[in-house]
Ligand binder design. Structure first.
Ligand SMILES: Cc1cc2nc3c(=O)[nH]c(=O)nc-3n(C[C@H](O)[C@H](O)[C@H](O)COP(=O)(O)OP(=O)(O)OC[C@H]3O[C@@H](n4cnc5c(N)ncnc54)[C@H](O)[C@@H]3O)c2cc1C
Length: 496
C-alpha cells in the first residue's frame, strides 16, 4: 500500500489552539516540515481561556520559553488553584489547590489520617495541610527551585496568541491571512487535499489541523465526524464574558463562585480582571445573565459583555482521515477546571509522539483517538462531580444537578470514596488522587470509614504527625513575599 509522506502541515485557525500548534510543531519538528497557518482577521477568536493548570509549564519548558519574558508579555499572574465558593452550599467555600495535601503512606492516602484526626477533634481543615492552599489564602507567592510550589498561570488570551505567533514565525511557520471558503476533498479517499480562500487562493497540504473553533470547519463541516453531546451531564450551554479594571492587587488563584443557575469566574491579570458567567439557558436568559454578571463585578467594565454559546461534549474522533481537531473544534467540556488549553497541549504532544512522516497509518489514528477519548472522559467525570455532589437546593438548576443521572464511572468513584475513603487515578488521567479528594471533601462528601493502618499510630503520634505537616507548610509559606510584590520584581507587565 502507498502512503503519502507528510511534509506540508496546514493549520486552519489562529486562536490559542492554532498558534500553540504552530509554535510547537515549528520549534520541535519544523526542520522536517512546511507549516502554514491560515487565519481570518474578519473572524474573531473566542477571546476567553485565561486560566491554566500546571501542565502548561511542561510545554513551555519544551518550547524553551523564558517565564519572566512570557509573564511580562501576557500580563500574567500566578495561579495556585481555584476557590470554589458556594458550590457545596451557599456560603460554604473550599479551594482546589495544585499542591499536595499532607503526606501519604504506602497503603493509604493522607485523607485517612485526616479523617481519624477529625473524629478525635485534633485535625484542622483538610486544606490547611497544603502549602499552596495556605499561600493562596495569604496572597503569597514565589517561584522556588523544583519541589517548591506547584503553580500555573492566568494569562491574557490575545497576548498569548501573539506571543506564540512570534515564536512560530521565528521558526519559519508561515501565516496566511484569509477566509477559508471551501474544504476540498479527494474524490475516492475523502482525505482533505486543499483549502480555498475567499481570494481564490488554494492552499494544499498533506496534514490539516482544524483549529477553527466551535464551527469545526474541517473536522465537522467537511468530514462530518459527529459529536457526542454531554449536555445531559453538563447542562451549562452559555457564557457571558466581560473584562474589568483591577481594584486591588491580584490574588494567586482563580475564583469560581456558584450562582443561581451556573457559576461566575474571576481571573485576575496584572492590570485587569477577566470575569464571566457560565449558565444554563433552560434556567436563565442571556439578559438575566448579563445583569447578574454586571451586578457581581468589582471594577469598572472595560468592554461590552459578550455572549458565547456552546454545547458540552466531544468530537467522536479527534483525528479523522488526514485532519486532527484541536481546541474548540474538537469539543468543549466547560471551563470550570481550566482544562481546555491543557487538552490542546495533549493533542499537540500526542501528535508529535505519533507524527506520521511516512504516511498516515490507521492504527496510529485509532490509538490517538482512544487515548484522547480516555483522557477527556476522566476530565468530564471530574467536572460533573462538582455539579452533582452539592447540598444546594435553592434553585431549579441546583436541584436538577443534584438529581441528574451521572456516568457510571463517576458513580463508582463517588461510592468508593463515600464507603471507604479511597480514591484512584487512572494512569493517563490528568487529575490525581489529591484533586479528587479535595473536591469530594469540599463538596461535602464525607467517607464512612478510614483505613485501619491509621490505627497503627497512637492518638498522640497522629497528633504529632498532623502538627508536623501543619508546621512545615506554615513555615514555608511565611517566608514567601506577597504575590504582587513578587510580580513587581520578577515579571511586571510590559506597557499595553
Ligand atoms: C466561556 C469560556 C471560557 C473558557 N475559559 C477557559 C479557561 O479558563 N482555561 C482554558 O484552558 N480554556 C478555557 N476555554 C477554552 C479556550 O478558550 C479555548 O480552548 C482556546 O481559546 C482555544 O480556542 P480555539 O483556538 O480552538 O478557537 P478560537 O479562539 O475560536 O479560534 C478560531 C480561529 O479560527 C479562525 N477561523 C474560523 N473560521 C475561519 C475561516 N472560515 N477562515 C479562516 N479562519 C477561520 C478564526 O479567525 C480564529 O483565528 C474557555 C472557553 C469558553 C467558551
Amino acid at each position: 500500500m502507498d502512503y503519502q509522506k507528510i511534509k506540508r502541515v496546514v493549520i486552519a485557525g489562529g486562536g490559542t489552539a492554532g498558534w500553540m500548534a504552530a509554535a510547537s510543531l515549528a520549534k520541535l519538528l519544523g526542520k522536517n516540515l512546511d507549516i502554514s497557518l491560515i487565519e481570518s482577521d474578519d473572524i474573531p477568536t473566542v477571546g476567553v481561556g485565561e486560566a491554566t493548570i500546571p501542565t502548561m509549564l511542561t510545554l513551555h519548558e519544551l518550547l524553551g520559553i523564558n517565564e519572566r519574558e512570557f509573564m511580562a508579555e501576557v500580563n500574567g499572574t500566578f495561579k495556585l488553584g481555584i476557590a470554589f465558593e458556594s458550590w457545596r452550599d451557599v456560603g460554604k467555600d473550599y479551594i482546589h489547590s495544585f499542591g499536595f495535601t499532607g503526606k501519604d503512606c504506602w497503603a493509604a492516602g493522607f485523607q485517612h489520617f485526616w479523617l481519624k484526626g477529625q473524629q478525635l477533634g485534633i485535625a484542622k481543615d483538610f486544606g490547611q495541610y497544603c502549602a499552596e492552599l495556605l499561600a493562596a489564602q495569604q496572597n503569597r507567592f514565589a517561584v522556588m527551585p523544583k519541589g517548591g510550589l506547584n503553580y500555573a498561570y492566568h494569562i491574557d488570551a490575545g497576548r498569548y496568541a501573539g506571543f506564540l505567533r512570534r515564536l512560530a514565525e521565528k521558526h519559519n511557520a508561515k501565516r496566511i491571512e484569509g477566509k477559508i471558503v471551501s474544504v476540498n476533498l479527494h474524490n475516492e479517499t475523502g482525505f482533505i487535499e486543499s483549502l480555498t480562500l475567499a481570494s481564490g487562493k488554494v492552499i494544499e497540504g498533506d496534514l490539516f489541523i482544524d483549529c477553527s473553533g466551535f464551527r469545526g470547519l474541517l473536522i465537522e463541516q467537511a468530514l462530518h465526524t459527529g459529536y457526542d453531546d454531554w449536555s445531559h451531564w453538563l447542562p451549562c450551554d452559555s457564557a457571558i464574558a466581560v473584562q474589568t479594571e483591577s481594584v486591588g492587587p491580584p490574588i494567586p488563584y482563580t475564583r469560581s463562585i456558584a450562582r443561581e443557575s451556573g457559576w461566575q469566574w474571576r481571573i485576575p491579570l496584572q492590570t485587569r480582571v477577566g470575569n464571566g458567567l457560565v449558565f444554563c439557558s433552560r434556567y436563565m436568559s442571556d439578559d438575566e445573565g448579563i445583569q447578574q454578571l454586571l451586578d457581581n463585578i468589582e471594577g469598572k467594565p472595560i468592554n461590552e459583555p459578550r455572549v458565547i454559546k456552546f454545547l458540552t461534549g466531544t468530537r467522536r474522533k479527534h483525528w479523522n482521515k488526514n485532519c486532527i481537531a484541536m481546541g474548540l473544534s474538537s469539543g468543549f467540556i466547560e471551563p470550570l477546571e481550566s482544562t481546555s488549553i491543557h487538552l490542546i497541549q495533549r493533542s499537540i504532544t500526542r501528535l508529535m509522539q505519533m507524527f506520521p512522516y511516512d504516511g498516515i497509518r490507521q492504527p496510529d489514528v485509532n490509538e490517538f483517538n482512544t487515548q484522547m477519548h480516555a483522557e477527556i472522559i476522566n476530565i468530564r467525570d471530574f467536572i460533573v462531580l462538582h455539579y452533582h455532589v452539592t447540598e444546594r437546593t435553592d434553585s431549579p438548576f441546583w436541584r436538577f444537578c443534584r438529581s441528574m443521572d451521572i456516568p457510571d464511572s463517576l458513580r463508582h468513584r463517588i461510592e468508593l470514596f463515600k464507603q471507604t475513603g479511597r480514591v484512584f487515578k487512572v494512569p493517563t488521567e490528568l487529575f490525581g488522587e489529591n484533586s479528587w479528594t479535595q473536591v469530594m471533601l469540599g463538596q461535602g462528601l464525607m467517607p464512612e470509614q478510614y483505613h485501619p493502618i491509621v490505627n497503627m499510630m497512637s492518638d498522640d503520634e497522629l497528633k504529632n504527625f498532623l502538627n508536623g505537616i501543619d508546621q512545615t507548610a506554615n513555615n514555608l509559606v511565611k517566608q514567601l513575599p506577597q504575590h504582587q510584590e513578587f510580580i513587581n520584581h520578577y515579571c511586571k507587565a510590559s506597557a499595553m
